[in-house]
Design a binder for this molecule. Structure first.
Ligand SMILES: Cc1ncc(COP(=O)(O)O)c(C=O)c1O
Length: 384
């Protein structure tokens, strides 16, 4: 048989699938994959059932249900003062993952340079490889996960087409400061690069940390593709309703990929998300305090289990250094945890291309029922 597409030949199963399989095989508590093990509020489910009963069951328009796009336009204006035209500038995608795929495919030519901050969300690098991009990694050094200013500046060149930013940041839980965003936006402007800003955890910030969309910084709006998703905000990752917000010409390019990729996105889910977003104001305080409690409970427990977690300012992940606990690297320690303590975590070294820092810590997801977290902590504390 002839060879498959060269770009995918080095692809491996995602670390999330591998760890989940290992967790199942070892009957371990799964704190690896980033999704809640409990349902979102029941009124959410009713919204989708109603949408189906009302007959919203055929293909949606390729750019997304117009009502949902109008709701998003209003929301971004009210919350962040960002103005997007729902007709030309907002596109509904199959989760943030499809938004990332369409954006990269729409903008990046083979050999274009793309700056990726590591540790990164794994779909960025996979999609960049499909596009034939030259990936330029810039490390966020722990424990504060800041870049070295010189390293960031050196990464930019006239060939830089795109910069990928994720804020709040998975896996580290970092929320970027205005100064940091201004620095990276300034460089993107200087070298005329696009900015892909993945903000799926925009509403999941703690201790009053404020999320600043990249598009609100300086003149970044002109070159930024803002990506978000309902999955994390409403605790329904399986709904896969995401979106891109970008100026008209950029959105047009993204839509050209989207129409031949998925064409359109699950109709009743879009109607459900549209209704859910109307209730965002009343929903968010409960949502935030639920996750803040889980963060505090889990991080405190991890400390008692002899880890020193880096307290996240956002997302539902926490990372914890392992050097004082084991002679093993992250992958070995995760295997040891699954087999001996029956807890699955994620080894972050797979989210790096350059630095070896990922070998020195592991990532836990605390978007889990209290009893799941309690059980996991008991296991971590025990000498099995
Ligand atoms: C940083 C980041 N971006 C994108 C996604 C994917 O979002 P979606 O499920 O909406 O495709 C995730 C999911 O874990 C994520 O953590």
């Amino acid at each position: 048989m002839k060879t498959a597409n060269y770009s995918i030949l080095n692809f491996k199963e995602s670390i999330f699938a591998t760890m989940t399989k290992m967790a199942q095989k070892n009957a371990a508590i799964n704190l690896s994959q980033g999704f809640p093990d409990f349902d979102g509020p029941s009124w959410l489910m009713d919204l989708v059932t109603e949408a189906m009963a009302q007959g919203h069951n055929q293909y949606a328009p390729t750019h997304g249900v117009p009502e949902l796009r109008r709701t998003l336009a209003q929301l971004y204006k009210n919350i962040y003062g960002l103005e997007f035209d729902p007709v030309d500038e907002i596109t509904i995608t199959n989760g943030a993952t499809e938004a990332i795929f369409c954006t990269i495919m729409a903008l990046v030519n083979p050999q274009d340079e793309v700056i990726v901050l590591e540790p990164f969300y794994d779909s960025y690098v996979a999609t960049l490889n499909l596009a034939g991009a030259k990936i330029v990694p810039v490390t966020l050094y722990r424990n504060e996960f800041r870049w070295h200013v010189d390293e960031l500046a050196k990464a930019f060149s006239d060939k830089t087409k795109l910069v990928i930013l994720n804020n709040p940041h998975n896996p580290t839980g970092k929320v970027f400061t205005r100064e940091e965003l201004e620095a990276i936006v300034g460089l993107a402007e200087q070298f005329d690069a696009y900015l892909l800003s993945d903000e799926v955890y925009e509403f999941l910030t703690f201790d009053g940390a404020k999320h600043l969309p990249t598009a609100t910084i300086s003149k970044a709006l002109e070159r930024t593709i803002t990506i978000s998703s309902a999955g994390k905000t409403f605790g329904v990752t399986g709904w896969k309703i995401g979106w891109t917000l970008a100026r008209g010409q950029i959105s047009h390019h993204i839509r050209m990929v989207h129409q031949f990729n998925t064409f359109s996105v699950c109709t009743p889910m879009q109607w459900g998300v549209n209704q859910a977003l109307q209730r965002l104001d009343e929903y968010l305080p409960t949502f935030r305090s639920l996750y803040q409690e889980k963060r505090d409970f889990f991080c405190k427990g991890l400390t008692l289990a002899n880890y020193s977690p880096i307290i996240p300012q956002g997302t539902y992940f926490t990372v914890a250094p392992i050097g004082h606990l084991t002679g093993l690297h992250d992958v070995g320690h995760c295997m040891e945890l699954i087999e001996r303590k029956k807890v699955a975590a994620i080894p972050p070294s797979v989210f790096y291309l350059k630095s070896r820092e990922g070998q020195e810590y592991i990532r836990f997801c605390f978007a889990k029922k209290n009893e799941t977290l309690e059980k996991a902590l008991q296991n971590l504390k025990s000498r099995l």
